[in-house]
Design a protein around this ligand. Sequence first.
Ligand SMILES: C[S@@+](CC[C@H](N)C(=O)[O-])C[C@H]1O[C@@H](n2cnc3c(N)ncnc32)[C@H](O)[C@@H]1O
Length: 318
Amino acid sequence: MLKQHLNRITRGDCLKLLRAIPDASIDMVFADPPFNLKKKYNGYIDNLAFEEYVKWCEKWLAELARVAKPSGSIFVHNIPKWLSYYAAILNRHAHFKHWIAWHAPTSPMGKSLQPAHYGVLFYVKDLKRAKIYEIRMPHERERRSSYLRKDYGGKKAGLHPFGPLVSDVWTDIHRIKHKKYRDDHPCQLPVSLLERLILMATDAGDVVLDPFVGAGTTAVAAKKLGRHFIGFDVDSMYKKISEENIKNAAPDSRIGDVWVSFYLNEVRTLRDHDWPALAGHFDIPADMREIDYVKIAPRRHAHLFAGASSEYRKRRRA
Ligand SMILES: C[S@@+](CC[C@H](N)C(=O)[O-])C[C@H]1O[C@@H](n2cnc3c(N)ncnc32)[C@H](O)[C@@H]1O
């Protein structure tokens, strides 16, 4: 039953479709379910009674845990309120690794504290067998001066030339705000968010499943990184949008043989263990203290980065 869905978007209710996926067959699942916040979807009514919504979530969360391999990971994206319920459910089926806080400021809502993050729950099926890679992001710099934001004092010489290991607070990936960069879908996530998760939890050739694929973000990220995908969505218009986005994405997000995530022609995420193979592709200052104000640059820029952001260029042309 897996083959029939592989590298395709299937229209239908994810609960029904998931039931046909064999146990322990998927390397990574990512779910970004409806938030039950009365969002305006094409057909789906995002307004269930509280109990009904939680009961429904309980069902698909159990299915996600069932289909994940022992080495597999389960990621669920939502607002903190719903993640607190999801965590209680997932704790029965899998093992907690992290609550990733994805910084996403909103306009003032008159709440006691201004909500400024979405969460991504990160669970694994088996703590000992889980496939998890350490990942790095570029050093954060001031926009104009390019100086490092963090003051490393006398420790600059020991800094990693590319950037720090990624923590569980993500401030460097932004929501898609401009209409011209998004499809006709109310909650489209940025591809670089999914690419970071995929690089962290899978290898090329692995299978990534998204039961609420929307505009196809997870599938696009998986394809660009040489992974297989399975996508479900109940809405035929979103299936169409996904298919178009997947068609426009190429499995080319890499430098040489190494898969990396790009954003606007810069590497946004790489795996720590790939750095030795990648370092030769960058101009790194001989005196590492210069890293304070010198951004390391990729060598032979045009050649290496040519295919890197076909999706971005497509959006720019549109
Ligand atoms: C929050 S959106 C996902 C957005 C997606 N992550 C993206 O980046 O485009 C939730 C999606 O779930 C779909 N959906 C709602 N109920 C569903 C169900 N029972 N089975 C499958 N898909 C469903 C909606 O049509 C919507 O596209």
